[in-house]
Design a protein around this ligand. Sequence first.
Ligand SMILES: [Fe+2]
Length: 200
Amino acid sequence: MVALVGFYNGHPDAERFPMLAEVGGHLTDALEGEGLASPDPVRLPVAHLLDEVDPRSDVLGVEPVLRAFAAAAPILRWVQTPAYRATLSQHYLDNYGYVRVIGRGGLVESSLVSAGLGIWGAGLHYPRHEHPAEETYHVLHGAARFQRGDGPFEPKSVGESVHHQPSERHAQRFGDETCVLLWAWTGDVTVDARLIPDED
Ligand SMILES: [Fe+2]
């Protein structure tokens, strides 16, 4: 939590993406307020991939978040988007998962913003999907190529960010290392992402 507040508050991307200040503000309020919820831990197979993540980074704010994530991993509530469990391969489901720091069922309960950390194993392809929430991703470990709409897949590495407008279709192809992404949602954060069939 503290590491995430430190990451967002004053982040250079906040000028381009005002939603980051909104998320940082809610996290700050929660830190100064009533404290954190303690949702029951839920483990997922993907959590073990954190063991091979080297948290050291020269990029501002990244190392404290990775260290806090690894330390807290065993007591976090790991989740997967429910509709994905019926659609994506077992290999994908064994190598993907995320935690909500703030949002529904998160360490901080909120229906206004949502943010957290996700892991995708090497080589995964996250098919095209969309959601009504506005979104910003930051790469914290590894690398991925991000597609927005029908555009090209653009490579992003640690410290770089990707922004998606509400309901903008997007997809990701992950590189040859475990990828850790920090994600933030604002707007309609109560509606899950949905995969887009190829013919849609
Ligand atoms: Fe997204």
